[in-house]
Design a protein around this ligand. Structure first.
Ligand code: ADP
Ligand code: MG
Length: 392
């Protein structure tokens, strides 16, 4: 097997170039919330070692014996994080190798799946004190670029968008919905705002500024109160980081390499219709289910090794087309609550994650073409200045 996961889930991706890999699946349990504590609800999840999750509806032996139910189930993932795992730990285990791969001209994607309140946004965005995967990935990416080149040969493009109600919107510059179209790089959202930064930039991306940018983007996410949960997020947020650079190939031609990292904070996976039956909610719910259902269909098709993967069934899967199969390294983080109050949602999430483990991916060599990059102008599109402008 050309795939290896070491103790603690440190993932080695170097040796899968050009070979076959599978989606990496992680589970993260968030701490018990204040509300759950107040109710005194017990836990239904136990991380038994660094990889195994034990899920049981019943607190004590007698209950499941009396009710003639199954005792509980063990699931194994590439790594499982307890409620005390740090953001840094989660980033290093799940995503840092993808950042490395993107710098070699490959695509990678990380997506958080789980019910509303399970910790997806905390994992992806985090807080100023505890920045999440998106922020740590960008910081790490820039650190690595700086180590590698100081000649301006790397250009990084950053965009942040959402899919809400089967509509694609720009989170960095809210306005009219964006139209998806296909070009030679795959599916692109026409007119999407792109922040650019060069490896010669004096001031590199710093966590605080990236955080400010993304937090502001998150405020543009469409969230509406529902009866069940006021912070229910019905939108999928996608951060795309594209790295372009020039290298010489074996015959000394200058080639342009492009690597793309997509970091996705999916909408809540709970059944939307259970929370509110009224029309608008139902329509939204149907569309959210459409995107998540389409994602499930794609995953099933990939699992079964089907030739046709139904990416076209939703906006989300169109956008994720190059992030789920093909030339991509894919990571899924399943977020769950530890509380029995969320048992059925946790069970759904864990089953979904367990299924996703079966996906096999063909990881191809680096994306490159012989077209030279446009000449780089160093005074162009300074990210930091734009950020400062945005924050004024
Ligand atoms: P989701 O995006 O899945 O709806 P959130 O990320 O907003 O859920 O998490 C719900 C609440 O739990 C938030 O207040 C968040 O700060 C908190 N939370 C989630 N995961 C963690 C964690 N690992 N450590 C500390 N707090 C967390
Ligand atoms: Mg959220």
């Amino acid at each position: 097997e050309n795939f290896a996961v070491g103790y603690g889930g440190m993932v080695e991706l170097e040796n899968v170039v050009g070979g076959e890999s599978r989606i990496l699946v992680f589970v993260r349990v968030r701490p018990v919330s204040k509300k759950e504590k107040e109710i005194g609800s017990r836990c239904c999840v136990k991380i038994t070692n660094r990889r195994d999750v034990y899920l049981s509806e019943f607190a004590n032996e007698n209950d499941y014996l009396r009710l003639n139910r199954i005792r509980g189930r063990h699931f194994t993932f590439d790594a499982s994080f307890t409620d005390s795992a740090t953001q840094q730990e989660v980033y290093l285990t799940t995503t840092s190798e993808l950042v490395e791969a993107v710098l070699q001209g490959r695509n990678g994607s990380v997506f958080c799946y789980g019910a509303t309140g399970a910790g997806k946004t905390y994992t992806m965005l985090g807080t100023l004190e505890n920045p999440g995967v998106m922020v740590l990935a960008i910081k790490d990416l820039f650190g690595k670029i700086r180590q590698r080149s100081c000649d301006g040969s790397h250009v990084v493009h950053l965009s942040y968008l959402e899919v809400y109600n089967e509509t694609v919107r720009d989170l960095l510059s809210p306005g009219r919905p964006l139209v998806l179209r296909e070009d030679k790089q795959g599916i692109v959202a026409a007119g999407l705002t792109q922040y650019r930064a060069y490896s010669t930039d004096e001031v590199m991306f710093c966590s605080v500024l990236v955080m400010a940018l993304l937090q502001q983007g998150n405020q543009n996410r469409t969230t509406e109160p529902t009866r069940a949960n006021e912070t229910s997020s019905r939108s999928h947020a996608i951060l795309q980081v594209v790295v372009e650079y020039r290298v010489r190939d074996s015959s000394m031609n200058v080639v342009n390499r492009v690597g793309k990292l997509s970091l996705i904070d999916l909408a809540g996976s709970e059944r939307a219709l259970a929370t509110d039956q009224r029309t608008l909610r139902s329509i939204e719910g149907a569309n959210i289910n459409r995107s998540l259902l389409a994602l499930s269909s794609c995953i099933n098709a990939l699992v079964e090794g089907k030739k046709h993967i139904p990416y076209r069934n939703s906006k989300l899967t169109q956008l994720l087309k190059d992030s789920l199969g093909g030339t991509c390294n894919t990571v899924m983080i399943a977020n769950i609550s530890p509380s029995i109050l969320s048992f059925s949602e946790t069970q759904n999430t864990i089953h979904w994650a367990d299924r996703a483990k079966e996906i096999r991916l063909k990881v191809s060599d680096a994306n490159e073409d012989l077209l030279p990059l446009p000449e780089i102008e160093n005074d162009q599109a300074k990210l930091i200045l734009e950020l400062e402008k945005e924050n004024r």
